[in-house]
Design a protein around this ligand. Structure first.
Ligand code: ATP
Ligand code: MG
Length: 458
């Protein structure tokens, strides 16, 4: 949960940073696009022209009064001329266009100056009253007022542009404040998440330590229990069984019937208890991998046929028969014979135990190119679907209530599974309640095992 939140915040932070980079670029563009309002701006040029025009007018008047020479008029004329050229192109002209002011007055002034260029250049040194000069002077005067209007227009447009500039700056400022705020908030959330995660990690570390302590304690308890089973239970139980067998065999004389029945009961129960202990010790060894397999190549058909009389002797007590159907010859497998007999015995005992009197248990042996399959099928009570995945678990029994009439501890199938898998096979089951159950033991044929061993060795 915390991790997901962190990824979310990190994602948003990444998006925010991307936004900041994008907005920085656009801010830069916008700032560079802003009119700086510096002295090279159009207003300075227009007022400059207005001023230069007045200067030219003054100089001409002085000239007509004989107070200044033609070179003074020429100088003023040139200044005005060059200022007009500057304003009509480049940056200033562009800005004037942007302000959308009517600058025809400048064009007309320039045209008028051009028309009078030769007049100014050829002004005589001594001239007092010349009508062309006067006309020129009159023309110049007519431009004063339109130029003032142009100045005012430019001034207005420029202050409008300044206003927009101020608003843009305020806008940029707000945007960057918001983005900065968001970044700070994201960092704060990230920090908080980090603190939470650290706390959680500490908690789960403590929990793991506790579990480890518990597991170690459980391990110690388990090995103590196993050692108690081995020495304190198994050894005296063996003596009890031996003594009871001897008593039953008449070693201490003949007992009255009642005492004999009690002795039978002691013998039966002590044998069951002994089986349970053996099973628990066995499964413990299997789970811990502390057992050795003495494998050899065996004909599975022959092995089952050899065990069949034992199965039938046991099944007879339940009025069940065990039938072997070998559909293949020479089903060679590489197994530990003793362990394989144990596997078959567990499965057949189950099949008999959960059959009804008069039923038959069928053992079918088949083989393919790679596998030998032993199917042990009964027509007994069956296993409900929801129990099927659990039956190979240790101590699991479909009906573990005291009222059930079959004995056992629920370790048989767990031992079977561990042994078959240790012999590179697998065991599976199909069942239908009240119809019966079939267990399948699948083992690789001996040649396949040999081949895979050779491959492993290479
Ligand atoms: P144990 O084998 O330790 O003496 P168990 O026979 O009860 O005891 P498993 O052999 O492990 O234990 O079997 C587990 C359970 O699976 C049984 O208790 C039974 O409920 C069910 N089961 C196993 N084989 C069959 C079968 N052939 N038919 C119906 N149920 C079965
Ligand atoms: Mg069993």
């Amino acid at each position: 949960m915390l991790r997901k939140l962190r990824i979310l915040v990190l994602g948003s932070l990444f998006i925010l940073l991307a936004l900041i980079v994008i907005s920085m670029t656009s801010v830069r563009e916008r700032i560079s696009g802003l009119d700086g309002g510096n002295p090279t701006g159009p207003i300075w040029f227009v007022t400059g022209i207005e001023y230069d025009l007045l200067q030219l007018e003054l100089e001409l008047k002085n000239y007509t009064l004989g107070r200044s020479g033609p070179e003074d008029v020429n100088r003023r004329f040139d200044i005005l001329w060059s200022r007009l050229i500057v304003i009509q192109k480049g940056d200033t002209a562009e800005k004037l266009d942007r302000y959308q002011v009517d600058r025809t007055v400048l064009d007309s002034l320039f045209a008028m100056l051009k028309a009078n260029d030769s007049l100014v250049v050829n002004l005589p040194q001594q001239i007092a009253q010349d009508s062309t000069v006067r006309e020129f002077l009159d023309k110049i005067v007519t431009y004063n007022s339109p130029l003032r209007n142009l100045s005012l227009d430019v001034l207005q447009a420029s202050s409008r542009a300044s206003k927009i500039r101020r608003e843009e700056l305020a806008d940029i400022n707000t945007q960057s404040t918001i983005l900065t705020g968001m970044v700070v908030a994201a960092f704060v959330v990230l920090g908080a998440l980090q603190i939470l995660e650290t706390a959680q990690t500490k908690r789960s570390l403590k929990e793991k330590e506790r579990l480890l302590r518990d597991a170690t304690a459980a391990g110690v308890a388990k090995s103590q229990f196993i050692s108690v089973m081995n020495h304190e239970l198994r050894t005296p139980l063996t003596s009890i069984r031996g003594a009871v067998t001897l008593l039953n065999a008449g070693a201490a004389g003949v007992f009255p019937d009642k005492a004999k029945r009690l002795l039978d009961m002691v013998q039966k129960n002590s044998e069951q208890l002994s089986l349970l202990i053996e099973d628990i010790l066995e499964i413990e060894k299997l789970m811990a991998g502390r057992f050795e397999l003495r494998t050899e190549i065996v004909d599975m058909g022959a092995l089952i046929a050899d065990e069949l009389p034992n199965f039938n002797a046991y099944a007879k007590a339940s009025d069940v028969t065990v039938v072997l159907n070998t559909q293949t010859d020479g089903a060679l497998v590489e197994v530990d014979t003793k362990r394989m007999r144990q596997v078959l015995s567990n499965l057949v005992h189950n099949a008999v135990k959960f059959s009804r009197p008069g039923n038959a248990v069928h053992i079918d042996l088949t083989q393919s190119a790679d596998e030998v399959v032993i199917a042990i099928a009964d027509k007994g009570i069956g296993i409900p679907d929801d129990a099927l995945p659990k039956i190979f678990d240790s101590f699991y029994q479909v009906d573990s209530s005291d009222s059930r009439n079959t004995g056992g501890t629920g370790l048989g199938l767990s031992i079977v599974k561990n042994l078959v898998e240790a012999m590179r096979g697998n065991v599976s089951v199909t069942s239908q309640v009240d119809q019966g159950t079939t267990f399948y033991v699948v083992l690789p044929v001996a040649s396949v095992v040999a081949q895979s061993n050779m491959q492993a060795a290479e």
